[in-house]
Design a protein around this ligand. Structure first.
Ligand SMILES: [Zn+2]
Length: 293
């Protein structure tokens, strides 16, 4: 049975996403002035921290590989909370909606915890680790109006000493050690280029190290569709059926997805099980084993 606080969490997250998407007038670029610019990130995060300094901590978990931009992580909640949730607003620089969603959620958590009983109940059980963007380089390019489609980071993949748009960069979402071998070998200029080796990018190393230090019960990565061409779906992660903790969490996750899909009208199937499941014997080795091999 899903704890009521879980349902509340899922519904709140979904409501924030739905409200962000509502009323779109098609793609507008350069971005509307309401979207956060890269240079305003620290100020926005400071304001969130000031809403409730006892509840919110602002960390830097690492720096981007080419431009040395900070990778910010808001830590919101009580250190003794039973569950830890990771939210990443953005891997791809052109997917600006996720960043806005997680920042709004952070503001709601930080600013409403005293008077909103629902928020207080969520924080009784959950501690949130919110990374607005894991790709500050891509976000810098997109938010500055330099390119509407820089989904990758800004690694100089053609090694000519300057940033070429489009073309340069590594797709951070395909640079994780898990399933890296299964992604296609594509040329560096391809938008889905996965990098020269697993976790070659400092951004992925930083988030991997955070997850090793602080295991998460749930991790929600927001992706959106700059073209508007993809349907609205929640994709669940691969499941290790030999891992009892994962099986339990997965069942709760399915309940959250089902609650979300019931709460709003959808145009199509709203969530899918992954095509990939694996047993313990065939599970990918953890990162630190791979790095030693
Ligand atoms: Zn994406």
């Amino acid at each position: 049975m899903l704890p009521r606080s879980c349902c509340r969490l899922g519904l709140l997250l979904f409501a924030l996403l739905a409200s962000t998407c509502a009323g779109t007038r098609g793609n507008v670029y350069p971005l509307d002035g309401a979207y956060l610019r890269s240079g305003s990130m620290f100020t926005r995060l400071q304001k969130i921290m000031d809403l409730n300094p006892a509840l919110v901590r602002l960390n830097i978990i690492g720096f981007s590989g080419s431009e040395n931009l900070p990778l910010y992580c808001l830590d919101i909640g009580r250190p003794g909370a039973a569950r830890n949730v990771l939210l990443i607003g953005q891997h791809h620089g052109d997917e600006v909606l996720g960043l806005e969603v997680v920042l709004e959620w952070a503001e709601k958590l930080a600013g409403s915890s005293r008077e909103d009983k629902k928020i207080a109940a969520v924080l009784d059980s959950f501690r949130f680790w919110i990374v607005p963007t894991l790709n500050p380089e891509g976000h810098r390019v997109v938010s500055a109006g330099l390119s509407s489609s820089q989904r990758k980071n800004n690694r100089d993949t053609n090694a000519n000493g300057k940033l070429d748009l489009p073309g340069d960069g590594v797709d951070l979402n395909r640079n994780y050690p898990v399933f890296w071998d299964e992604f296609a070998e594509l040329p560096p200029q391809h938008q889905n280029y996965k990098g020269s080796e697993p976790a070659s990018e400092k951004e992925i190393l930083a988030i991997t190290l955070l997850a090793q230090k602080q295991p998460f019960d749930y991790a929600i990565f927001y992706h959106s569709s700059p073209s508007g061409a993809l349907s609205e779906k929640i994709f669940l992660p691969a499941l290790d059926r030999g891992n009892a903790r994962q099986v339990k969490a997965y069942a709760e996750l399915e309940d959250i997805c089902a609650a979300n899909t019931r709460s709003a009208p959808r145009r199509g199937p709203a969530w899918e099980r992954p095509a990939t499941t694996f047993s313990t014997s065939t599970a990918p080795k953890p990162f630190w084993w791979r790095s030693a091999g």
